[in-house]
Write a protein that binds this ligand. Sequence first.
Ligand code: 13P
Length: 397
Amino acid sequence: MASASATLLKSSPALDKSEWVKGQSLRHALATTVRCHPAAASALTVKASYADELIKTAKTVASPGRGILAMDESNATCGKRLASIGLENTEANRQAYRTLLVTAPGLGQYVSGAILFEETLYQSTVDGRKMVDVLVEQNIVPGIKVDKGLVPLAGSNNESWCQGLDGLASRSAAYYQQGARFAKWRTVVSIPNGPSALAVKEAAWGLARYAAISQDNGLVPIVEPEILLDGEHRIDRTFEVAQKVWAEVFFYLAENNVMFEGILLKPSMVTPGAECKDKATPQQVAEYTLKLLHRRIPPAVPGIMFLSGGQSEVEATLNLNAMNQSPNPWHVSFSYARALQNTCLKTWGGRPENMKAAQDTLLVRAKANSLAQLGKYTGEGESDEAKKGMFVKGYVY
Ligand code: 13P
């Protein structure tokens, strides 16, 4: 399986420079045709040049027993992480930490993709190798966070919208050239603040525009409308909101001619609000979440890569495992940041002598989630640290 993915990666036209140039000339040829024949001037015609590659990339990321390492914290968020272990938010410290993550030996057995922040996409490891090259050697597809973060949504109930569409096409083309093959855009929906119809529509429309632009530039879009854990609501309310959000997201994805075979989703699991008194078992979370997916997500979508959203490391793994107890139409897996990195970061503590131990803890979590993707995680032997929740009220990523 790992070697089949390796073949996919290595044979991917995108990862070979000369093929990339070929891809560009094909696009150019198509664009020329479009100019000559205005009737054929549809975005779909241009996008066709990347269609096969997008499908291949999405399938590689959604390969059995593997998921995504989200390591795309913005500099501000990464600073908070580093502060928690007493380190300053300098480029050198961010580089040291990201070097630790991408060089963990054998990570590619469990991790198929890594989402990077722009700085990391263009950065080298501490010993001078391009982060992107290290990932590809590990059989991990590099991805890039392309959204520009959340700002207040005027006219709403104190909700937010996600910026980043201006200049996205040219940025995406540059990211592709730098080696990225998938993208991520995270917007949020708040249950305690509504969500208002306006906020849901804006979130869905922004995701759909981003997805179309990403595909047009060879990047598989990860579509992430995070329904925040904040609130006292029960699980049924989350289910109701999630149904509304995903209905709207797919409506606009279709309206924007996004090819469903070449996208990945990054939903929140359907859970009660973090401050709800009634907690849900992994079986309940799995039942609600799968019901949502069955009702809303076409089987053409290759992969559902969940975010962890403040759940503890173990909770996120148990919930994923519960969802994989019987076959699903899509690859159901992880795209965790906090639920993969928390113990690793603490174990490292910024000390070079702890690097190996920290990499080992990352591999423990990656392996646990790989097993959960296959429905074979038992939860035995987990540390107390891994059981600690990480929910932060009003969390900003
Ligand atoms: P968490 O798993 O920490 O919620 O991160 C999700 C995310 O969007 C990172 O890319």
